[in-house]
Design a protein around this ligand. Structure first.
Ligand SMILES: NC(=O)c1ccc[n+]([C@@H]2O[C@H](COP(=O)([O-])OP(=O)(O)OC[C@H]3O[C@@H](n4cnc5c(N)ncnc54)[C@H](O)[C@@H]3O)[C@@H](O)[C@H]2O)c1
Length: 359
């Protein structure tokens, strides 16, 4: 088990990674503090109940995007209020990325912020959603419209919880790991290329390596740009402009991981055509995404995504990286090397429509 610590936005975030992380981290919470548990319906809460002695109430949440809803946030706040949660108490969030997004949001607004412990239970949430303090719920069919920045004080990435995770969900998380490799981490790229059997069979050592490496990558980016205002943190959005568009236009029937995998391919196609990305990178990315069982083309998603310019523009214009300056995107230059690029929205949408119509 490993412990990482970072000061993010004036407070310490401690990350416990690996087997038995839960037991080691739970002792950090003062005995007298009340714990409000927000937990995933499909998960056995026994280990959490025995690790945290002072759980005063529980709120059970379904997985999936439907849970990222402001009405659910209000229901949770209602229950926190009914059991008298105070600022010095703790919300423990135990579940996948959607649950952590909802729990993070409510923790940040309740009494202007109560302590938050994230216990991610999907690979995607361990390597990404649990880290960095972004939270949000969807609004009017658009992803992550209502949200805040709010850092958890403790993150517990215990591989024990991955034991029950279906392989399709596990593979979803690998999309974000591949994202780190192509934008920031050549060593991780090499590891993923050479160790796909160990990774896909969830070998403990391989898992701990890629989780730690991903968390380190994310922490190092977040540390430099906590509030996502310096064109640094946007690197974490590689594959997400097109990915979020696919999620929205499919009414969230395509999983985040699959949407990001396909998103990375189309974003690379466009940046290669623009002459920014080295030619071999796209082929390498497609190969790796395929090896890990993720889709590389819109056709594989079996959903009807409109490809006309007006619809694409309407969705892309709502992307959080779009503004009066244009659309600022992270662009991969070479494996492990990226740069921010501001483009004209109309030209980008045209390039995207061409790419989507081609394959
Ligand atoms: N805040 C951030 O920085 C950030 C970063 C990346 C992604 N996200 C968000 O995370 C969400 C996706 O998260 P996700 O992929 O974890 O999906 P999810 O939370 O919907 O979980 C996927 C499914 O797995 C189930 N599940 C969770 N843990 C399980 C376990 N251990 N065993 C068996 N089943 C389990 C859930 O019930 C659900 O059905 C998206 O909404 C995305 O926007 C947020």
């Amino acid at each position: 088990m490993k412990i990482l610590s970072k000061i993010l936005c004036c407070q310490e975030t401690k990350v416990f990674i690996g087997k038995n992380a839960l037991e080691n981290a739970a002792s950090e919470i003062p005995e007298k503090a009340k714990v409000f548990l927000i937990r995933q319906d499909v998960l056995d809460p026994t280990p959490i109940r025995s690790a945290f002695k002072n759980i005063v109430a529980e709120f059970v949440l379904k997985g999936g995007e439907e849970s990222k809803d402001i009405e659910i946030v209000l229901k949770i706040a209602e229950k926190m209020h009914s059991v008298g949660i105070q600022r010095s108490d703790y919300v423990v969030a135990f579940g996948g990325g959607t649950l952590l997004d909802v729990a993070g949001f409510v923790s940040s607004i309740y009494l202007r912020g109560v302590n938050l412990v994230n216990i991610p239970t999907t690979l995607l949430s361990m390597v990404d959603a649990a880290i960095g303090g972004k939270n949000a719920v969807n609004f009017r069919g658009i992803k992550n419209v209502l949200g805040t920045f709010y850092q958890p004080s403790i993150i517990i990435a215990d591989t024990l919880f991955l034991n029950t995770l279906p392989q399709a969900e596990f593979v979803n998380g690998l999309a974000e790991v591949i994202k780190y490799a192509f934008t920031l981490d050549y060593e991780l790229y090499n590891f993923l290329k050479r160790n796909f059997e160990n990774v896909l069979s969830r070998d403990e050592e391989a898992l701990e390596y890629l989780i730690e490496r991903s968390i380190l990558n994310k922490l190092s980016v977040v540390e430099k740009d906590v509030f996502d205002v310096k064109d640094v943190r946007i690197v974490l959005n590689f594959g997400h402009t097109v990915g979020h568009m696919i999620e929205s236009l499919s009414n969230f029937s395509v999983s985040h991981g699959k949407a990001v995998a396909v998103g990375m391919v189309y974003e690379l196609m466009i940046s290669t055509e623009m002459g920014i990305t080295k030619d071999y990178v796209l082929k390498e990315a497609i190969e790796m995404i395929k090896v890990y069982g993720l889709p590389t083309s819109i056709r594989e998603l079996n959903v009807d995504i409109p490809k006309n310019l007006e619809t694409l523009k309407a969705v892309i214009s709502k992307d959080k990286k779009a503004g009066w300056r244009g659309l600022t995107l992270p662009v991969v230059v070479d494996i492990g090397v990226w740069k921010p690029l501001t483009v004209n929205i109309d030209s980008y949408v045209e390039a995207l429509a061409n790419a989507l119509n081609r394959c």
